[in-house]
Design a protein. Structure first.
Length: 727
């Protein structure tokens, strides 16, 4: 018993000692942890205290993209045709903490130092300014009931503000002075863009005095800076100007599109034609700057995280010297024609030159006669070569003959009777020279520009049997068939040109118009309309072996050069793009090409003005009798209850040299003279322009050959698979 009690006491004592030891260990561990914590706090406060204080004040990091100049544009010979010119600029950068009052104060001071147009100030801007400057009068325009709805949250802020704006009278807005409008113009520019991103206030026409004045007062103009910006410069003036396109601020209706592609609201973009089509190439790589601000929104550090690089350069297929000379040819001819008051409807003229083998456009000239308040002037209308369409007349007869081959209606050398076609209810239709006693073949038909031969092809396509004065059944399907054939040449189809806004011409599908007589008109180019670009593609397709090659304006894409003056490393060379291959044999193509030769060189040829110019050319002339619905139709005829007058288009397609064509061209002169018998105004404008164009081309080529700088011809070999795939 005593033994057991002794053991119990001993066990209790051991247990007590064990617990005490564990408690000591625990207290020691806690001591060590607190010591480490105190040591760490000491390090944080004493050693790194200042650094962490600064970090706490760094409330935001913002990455700002800085704009860079766009890529340059060169012609095919390396001549700069679009450059970037440094200009003085006034910019403004707002922070996250900048208030509207502070911005208005800066705008007021800045408006006294620079002149800024108020044209961009919108009605909404003026209304908002009036509300800002007349708060009590603005609030008085809201009824108690409306204010109660607003306070209860049943009327949104936008609707509340709109009620005020709608009730501001014209008399109240007229209270705003011209000086206030100038302030508002500056303020409006300051509001656009993002925080910490410089926004251009003025970069056009900044005078030296304005630049110096602003620079001297930067201390009193927080956020304002005087710097250097860039603007597009055109060393050749208005030559090719409309095709090159424009660069300006992002249009309002495209803001979301560009924001989704990492653009800023204050960026400049290409808004038309070449600048628009190649925006991604020309835009360049922006520099990126990480900006760190403190709690007050002040910039305390900036770090360049990506170096900017101006956009890549474009090398065009255009020969700017040739373009300049041909624009002058077109302008001179248009001025000469407009000197005669009888040509009151004629107001435009077009000429396109292309390498028929590669599709490279060498020149695309268009001019328009415009009556302005200062008097008439000739303006650039180069874009009209692919955006406007007209009846082309007999120029397209080569396509009609080749379509006849494809359809099995005729074969090379087929003879048909050239006679007047007579349908009930339709005026008689025939060739310009009347009838011939004997049948003629396709070569003679092209040489003398026979309408009757083309009419017989069209009737044959319909499957009808022609009997004079008897009706024939020609349905819409025959129109569709002929249009599909023509589309293989590019007539009535997209040419594939690397520019936006292309017209495919007009093709009516109104059943009332799809009658036998109109099918005959279609076969001679007097029904559907075509662009000058479609016409040069058509003749190129015939003479290059049947390959419909897409016209191209851009030849190469290159990196910016180190010296910023010459061509940089090649990024991409544009290859000829074949859209389709004609379903004609080479023998058939050669036969029509021979017909084109006879048209220019045969004894009955309609284009004999091309004889004796030092080269052999081929092609086809055209004269289309049309009803005028041009820009003066409403003013001169419709408004007076008068019928639209009949007039004439003068057209031409051609190529040279005949044996190995290196250049194809088209000429289109709409509404040249009234369509009346024996008109004294009748003349061959098409041949006038065409012969001068080839003269310019070959003179320039000879000059360069003598200088040792002639371009090498490029030939295109196309397989059937490539033609089917449109490669």
């Amino acid at each position: 018993m005593k033994k057991n009690q002794s053991r119990t006491k001993k066990a209790k004592k051991m247990k007590k000692n064990f617990l005490a030891a564990r408690m000591n260990i625990l207290f020691f561990a806690v001591f060590l942890l607190f010591s480490a914590l105190i040591l760490r706090l000491g390090v944080l406060q004493i050693v790194n205290g200042e650094d962490f204080t600064r970090q706490l004040e760094r409330t935001e990091e913002v990455v700002v993209n800085a704009s860079v100049p766009r890529g340059k544009i060169f012609d095919r010979n390396g001549k700069v045709i679009v450059d970037n010119r440094p200009v003085n600029a006034i910019t403004y950068t707002k922070t996250q903490q900048t208030s509207q009052d502070e911005m208005m104060e800066v705008a007021t001071k800045l408006a006294d130092m620079i002149e800024l147009s108020t044209d961009d100030v919108q009605d909404r801007d003026i209304q908002d300014y009036w509300i800002r400057e007349n708060k009590e009068r603005a609030d008085a325009k809201i009824t108690d009931e409306e204010r109660a709805l607003y306070d209860e949250g049943e009327l949104s802020q936008n609707d509340y503000d709109k009620l005020i704006r709608d009730r501001i009278t014209e008399e109240e807005l007229a209270e705003i002075t011209d000086q206030e409008m100038e302030i508002l113009a500056v303020y409006r520019q300051m509001q656009t863009g993002y925080n910490l991103s410089p926004q251009i206030i003025k970069n056009e026409g900044v005078t030296d005095e304005e630049f110096a004045t602003v620079s001297e007062h930067l201390d009193s103009l927080p956020g304002v800076n005087s710097t250097v910006d860039w603007q597009r410069e055109y060393p050749y003036g208005d030559v090719l100007r409309s095709v090159l396109g424009s660069v300006r601020s992002i249009p309002e209706d495209q803001i979301e599109y560009y924001l989704a592609r990492d653009y800023a609201r204050n960026d400049r973009v290409g808004t038309s034609y070449l600048e628009l089509e190649y925006e991604e190439v020309l835009q360049g790589q922006k520099s990126k700057v990480r900006t760190i601000t403190d709690k007050a929104g002040n910039v305390i550090d900036s770090q360049l995280i990506q170096q900017g690089e101006r956009g890549k350069d474009l090398v065009l297929s255009i020969d700017i010297e040739l373009q300049q000379a041909l624009e002058q040819v077109v302008e001179d001819e248009l001025r000469r024609l407009k000197a005669d008051p009888g040509r009151n409807l004629m107001d435009r003229l077009f000429l396109v030159m292309m390498d028929p083998n590669t599709g490279e456009l060498l020149a695309m000239a268009g001019k328009q006669y415009v009556e302005t308040d200062e008097g008439p002037e000739i303006q650039d209308y180069n874009i009209g070569t692919f955006t406007s369409a007209y009846e082309a007349g007999s120029s397209i007869k080569g396509a009609t003959v080749l379509s006849g081959y494809q359809d099995g209606v005729i074969s090379p050398g087929s003879y048909l009777r050239d006679e007047i076609i007579r349908f009930p209810g339709t005026d008689p239709k025939g060739s310009w020279y009347g009838t011939l006693p004997n049948p003629i073949n396709d070569l003679y038909a092209l040489e003398r520009s026979s309408n009757g031969y083309m009419f017989k092809i069209a009737i044959g396509m319909s499957g009808a049997n022609y009997v004079p004065q008897q009706p024939i059944d020609i349905g819409p399907s025959t129109f569709t068939k002929m249009r599909n054939y023509f589309g293989q040449f590019g007539l009535g189809s997209e040419t594939g040109i690397d520019l936006p806004g292309e017209s495919v011409g007009y093709q009516t599908n109104n059943p009332l118009d799809l009658i036998p007589g109109k099918l005959l008109d279609l076969s001679i180019g007097q029904f559907d309309t075509y662009t000058p670009m479609q016409m040069v593609q058509y003749v190129s397709t015939v003479i290059n072996g049947g390959n419909r090659v897409a016209p191209t304006v851009v030849k190469e894409i290159r990196e910016p050069s180190a010296d910023n003056e010459t061509l940089g490393p090649l990024v991409k060379a544009m290859k000829p793009r074949v859209l389709n291959k004609l379903d004609n044999t080479q023998a058939e193509l050669d036969h029509v090409k021979a017909g084109f030769y006879r048209s220019f060189n045969g004894p009955q040829g309609t284009g004999r003005d091309f004889i004796g110019n030092g080269y052999e050319a081929g092609g086809k002339t055209g004269t289309a009798e049309v009803v005028y619905f041009g820009p003066k139709y409403d003013e001169l005829y419709r408004s007076r209850g008068l019928a639209a007058p009949e007039t004439t288009n003068s057209t031409l397609v051609g190529f040279a040299p005949y044996d190995k064509p290196e250049v194809a061209f088209s000429v289109l002169a709409p509404w040249v003279y009234p369509n009346v018998a024996n008109s004294p105004l009748r003349e061959d404008v098409n041949e006038n322009v065409g012969t001068k164009a080839l003269e310019v081309y070959f003179d320039l080529r000879e000059k360069r050959m003598n200088e040792g700088g002639a371009d090498e011809d490029q030939q295109v070999e196309v397989t059937a698979e490539q033609a089917e795939e449109g490669q």
